[in-house]
Ligand binder design. Sequence first.
Ligand code: ZN
Ligand code: ZN
Length: 345
Amino acid sequence: MKAMVLERFGEPLVMRDKETPPLGHGEVLVRVRACGVCGTDLKIWAGQWPTVRPPVIMGHEPAGVVAEVGPGTGDLKPGDRVVASLYITCGQCENCLAGRTTICLSSIRRLGFEVDGGFAEVVRAPASTLVKLPQGMPFTHAAILPDAVATPVHAFQRVRLSPGQTVLIIGMGGLGIHALQVARAQGLSVLACDVDRRRLELAQGLGADAALDPADDDVLQACRDFTGGLGVHAAMDAVGLAETAELGLRCLRMGGRLLQVGYSIGQSVALSSYEVAMRELEIVGVRAASRADLMQAVALVRAGLVRPVVGRTLPLEQANQALSLLRQGAVPGRVVLAVDGETGD
Ligand SMILES: [Zn+2]
Ligand SMILES: [Zn+2]
């Protein structure tokens, strides 16, 4: 099978012919039809993830068709259309048993990180990570669900808001533009914030109540104006820079909650202990999504409540171009690799 392999950090991925991996207990071979490309892939490529050891095939958002099943794979069968969720977890620790599989206490492994992933014609995945897809859902859409849609679903599981409440979402990239839609599906008012005009226009088209550019707009004042002077119930930082997290914290009302979804490795946020204590603020970490969150993401798209925004689809062999488009922030929505002539919609 052909695969785009990360052989050395920071160097272009290389197309290689690899052996199709043998199947162990509970494992499935999936013929990849599309795979999402994500900001985390840039961090993996640059060597910022300590657990990743090249050579490895990146790609943690593969969708495709089951080609072969090993023993102990339940009711999965060849021909099933599936998408893979991110985490390979133990299922036994107290966090897994409590449903918090994104923070499994055993060593978490992930396709495209520690285990070969979906920038390939075929991926070997544990059946326990796979979610079946409805007929008619394009693979290019399915391939952005595990992270860009399921992570916002997970975020609003971590912090449950009531219809009519207001959330500020900072960053209208691949994740933020879907977080906006997940929030709208829950009846929330959404103030969208980004530095890119095109992204803000897209956000408005998808139902944002306001589109704020920190270069032109006073974001804090806009949040107060929208909420009768009180500030937003929650802010989601989908960027993960110190300034975006700090902006989110400032815009919260008393008792407000910051959802920290975006992150950068090696950067810290200045926190006023006085503000956190006196305003009883909460800072809630959001680490991607569980398989259950992915199931809900599939259901939201199937119901027409979330429309996957795929800004660009490129063939597998152009994985390096896909990464550089992402690095430049040149594409609104998500970038997807298509395998095997998959064209999407
Ligand atoms: Zn991702
Ligand atoms: Zn566990």
